[in-house]
Design a protein around this ligand. Structure first.
Ligand SMILES: C[S@@+](CC[C@H](N)C(=O)[O-])C[C@H]1O[C@@H](n2cnc3c(N)ncnc32)[C@H](O)[C@@H]1O
Length: 350
């Protein structure tokens, strides 16, 4: 039996003890019984994590879930979360406190002062979050910080979605879907049975030092394949670092002529070649996320504007497929992607 499996038994027993008598719904520990394709296990040094029960194909919706607690304000304070917490039933309050908390961090590893130019409101927020991180016990704020995901203008925590651990090259992606008012998680690569399902908590295109800093408030140092062994030039991490460097260069270069500014793409020499290089690097990195679908869409629209309809068709079909895989068919902008594909197909048929 692996360390993971042994810990699983002990950890489930510990959680059951902690929650005993609360008559909690079994949804916390037996999500796979509800049809979810993963189970929750304890992992040395990571708390709990979610593992695929069977092989999961790219594009599978792993989860869709309503928030346990949400605040409509992105720039939230303790009082905003506390007001929502007070509205929860005792069972849901217990579920909230069963989520992981990254408190108890070493105060010396965080700046002790707030810059005098920071406005009063900002200062208050920084101090609240700082105190939650270095506090001795889990608090409403420390749990929210450790588990929240962006949601329209605000943020929310979830019984299930908040159990997924981080990797800088994740095999799944999360997204708030405003059409169904739920958080969704989709496999962005094929995932093998037994593999941990991971999400990225930070901007994956950043370099390792920036990612380390972003992840610091979660209280861990990432050792995923994109971070570990980067001193070895043959490692995935070293190759990934080079790719991410080039990706960020290309991103800077192309940003002023992409998306809403795509009509200016013709002013950029070699636009299509740069975008193809960008797409190739994302694929090598295994990053089949929204970045890849929007890059294919921009390439398709650019080719359409230049009259290269065959290339436009190939690129926009790929964009639609990747977008569907990441977001699901009920995501609002899927119909916009589908409209572009249809328009190009019709133009080819004429
Ligand atoms: C949103 S929770 C994820 C679920 C959590 N592991 C649990 O037990 O409920 C975030 C916390 O999980 C842990 N974590 C997530 N990803 C990790 C990783 N790659 N390595 C180590 N710890 C990780 C950290 O303690 C982090 O603060």
């Amino acid at each position: 039996m692996s360390t993971t499996e042994t810990l699983h038994e002990d950890a489930l027993a510990a959680i059951n003890d902690r929650l005993a008598g609360l008559k909690l719904p079994t949804r916390l520990l037996t999500s796979h019984a509800d049809g979810a394709p993963y189970d929750i296990r304890a992992i040395t040094g990571k708390g709990f994590g979610c593992f695929a029960i069977n092989d999961i194909k790219r594009g599978t919706r792993i989860l869709e879930e309503s928030p346990l607690l949400s605040t409509p304000i992105g720039f939230y304070f303790h009082e905003d979360i506390k007001a929502e917490f007070d509205k929860l039933s005792p069972t849901d309050q217990a579920l909230y406190f069963s989520l992981h908390s990254a408190h108890g961090q070493n105060p010396a590893s965080w700046p002790g002062h707030v810059h005098p130019m920071v406005a009063e409101k900002g200062k208050k927020r920084i101090l609240e979050q700082h105190n939650a991180r270095i506090g001795k016990k889990p608090s409403i704020v420390s749990i929210f910080q450790t588990n929240c995901m962006e949601k329209e203008s605000g943020a929310a925590v979830y019984v299930h979605a908040s159990r997924f651990n981080h990797a800088c090259n994740p095999n799944a992606g999360f997204q708030w879907n405003p059409a169904i008012k739920k958080e969704t998680i989709h496999a962005v690569r094929d995932i093998r049975a037994g593999e941990e399902i991971t999400l990225s908590y930070c901007d994956a295109t950043q370099n390792k030092a920036a990612r380390l800093y972003q992840l610091k408030h979660y209280g861990f140092v990432c050792d995923c394949p994109a971070c570990a062994d980067d001193d070895d030039p043959d490692s995935f991490a070293a190759k990934s670092a080079a790719r991410r460097y080039r990706l960020s260069e290309l991103q800077r270069e192309l940003e002023p002529v992409r998306g809403w500014a795509l009509h200016k793409a013709g002013t950029k020499d070699g636009f299509a070649q740069y975008l193809l290089e960008y797409i190739g690097l994302l694929i090598e990195e295994g990053d089949y996320s929204g970045r890849l679908s929007s890059a294919y869409l921009d390439l398709g629209l650019f080719c359409e504007s230049k009259g290269d309809l065959k290339m436009a068709q190939q690129a926009t079909k790929k964009a639609l497929k990747i977008r569907l895989d990441n977001m699901g068919s009920d995501y609002p902008d899927i119909k916009d992607y589908a409209t572009v594909v249809k328009r190009i197909n019709l133009a080819i048929d004429e």
